[in-house]
Design a protein around this ligand. Structure first.
Ligand SMILES: Cc1ncc(C[n+]2csc(CCOP(=O)(O)OP(=O)(O)O)c2C)c(N)n1
Ligand SMILES: [Mg+2]
Length: 329
């Protein structure tokens, strides 16, 4: 589908909602970057600045009873599923009011109430988990879907192929969303595989797969929407490859000397937020005042989240072994 055709299915409220979500993610992560620099957010932090279109377009179409899994670069997926900004920020700052009571941090955001069932720092380790959720849907007979986000680097892990093999054999209602940003840590894709497109890797399994411009939020929305309609009928699995780019280093603090300034500048010009704003204004989907409000409201909400997190205590010592294993709350 062309992006023009895609835009015909995106009306003004959807376009504005996508913009708001993307600004919430951008504002959150820009603030997190500052808090990493000052030491208020500890640990290794991977930002998705530049990739927000994928999170917004995919999660914006899901329900809270679907099952979403993400990985080390997962703030955007959590926020786009509806995780509250204040509890997400508190989690990154290691506070007791965080989504995981301050014990998970940036790479382990979980928000069951909004359908975010898990995040893991084990690259690709979330794929078999999502298939388990898809199998549960099949056994229970619902119309929920399981969605898993992973990077192009995860495709070289053995469990990716094991997962595709079983998922296709059992026709599980899972949608695998690969955010192909061209790098696995500091290694460009061309240095670790001959296969440029992830959708080509899965070709022998004969599953529905598509590669889209991941910085074109309308294109991702349209492609994922088609897959979702099939998955709701219990059909699957499917693979959606979104070509995108992280505008920050692999982790906060990464000097990113492995890439050229020109390459970064080219991708900055393709910033998914700028593209959506330009297109929305051109097509009259929203006005300049709404664009400004989306950014302002996001930044204000993030600031309030930082204040909330700062006032939250660190977890108490006697909580150390609570929630170590799954428990009923
Ligand atoms: C099983 C495993 N192997 C290696 C690592 C170290 N590691 C962390 S991120 C990463 C690269 C991931 O690349 P990709 O999947 O493309 O995601 P991106 O960082 O580009 O979003 C690696 C190899 C890990 N966390 N887990
Ligand atoms: Mg990558």
């Amino acid at each position: 589908m062309t992006t023009d055709a895609a835009s015909s299915i995106i009306d003004a409220p959807v376009a504005f909602s996508l913009l708001r979500t993307m600004w919430r993610i951008r504002a959150f992560e820009e603030r997190v970057s500052e808090l990493v620099a000052t030491g208020e957010v500890p640990g290794l932090v991977h930002l998705s600045i530049g990739q927000e279109g994928v999170a917004a377009a995919v999660c914006g179409q899901l329900r809270h009873d679907d099952a979403v899994y993400t990985g080390h670069r997962g703030h955007g997926h959590a926020l786009a599923m509806g995780a509250p900004l204040d509890r997400a920020m508190a989690e990154l700052m290691g506070r007791a009011d965080g989504l995981c009571h301050g014990k998970g941090g940036s790479m382990h955001l979980v928000d069951v109430a909004h359908g975010l069932l898990g995040a893991t720092g084990v690259v690709g380790g979330n794929i078999p988990l999502a298939l388990g959720a898809a199998l549960a849907v099949r056994l229970r007979g619902g119309d929920q879907v399981a969605v898993v986000f992973f990077g192009d680097g995860a495709v070289q892990a053995g469990h990716f192929n094991e997962s595709i093999n079983l998922a296709t054999l059992w026709e599980l209602p899972a949608i695998l969303v690969c955010e192909n940003n061209g790098f696995a840590e500091f290694t460009p894709r061309s240095a670790h595989t001959k296969v440029e497109r992830v959708s080509d890797v899965v070709a022998p399994y004969d599953l529905a797969s598509e590669t889209v411009d991941g910085n074109d939020v309308f294109a991702v929305y349209a492609a994922f929407g088609r897959f979702l309609a099939r998955a709701r009928q219990g059909r699957g699995p499917m693979l959606l490859e979104c070509l995108t780019y992280r505008l920050r280093g692999h982790y906060e603090g990464d000097p990113a000397r492995y890439r050229q300034a020109l390459e970064v500048a080219e991708w900055q010009a393709r910033d998914p937020i700028l593209r959506l704003e330009r297109r929305g204004l051109e097509q009259g989907l929203f006005g300049q005042a709404e664009v400004a409000a989306a950014e302002r409201e996001a930044r204000e909400a993030v600031e309030a989240a930082v204040q909330f997190a700062r006032q939250s205590p660190f977890p108490a010592r006697d909580q150390l072994f609570v929630h170590t294993y799954a428990e009923q709350e």
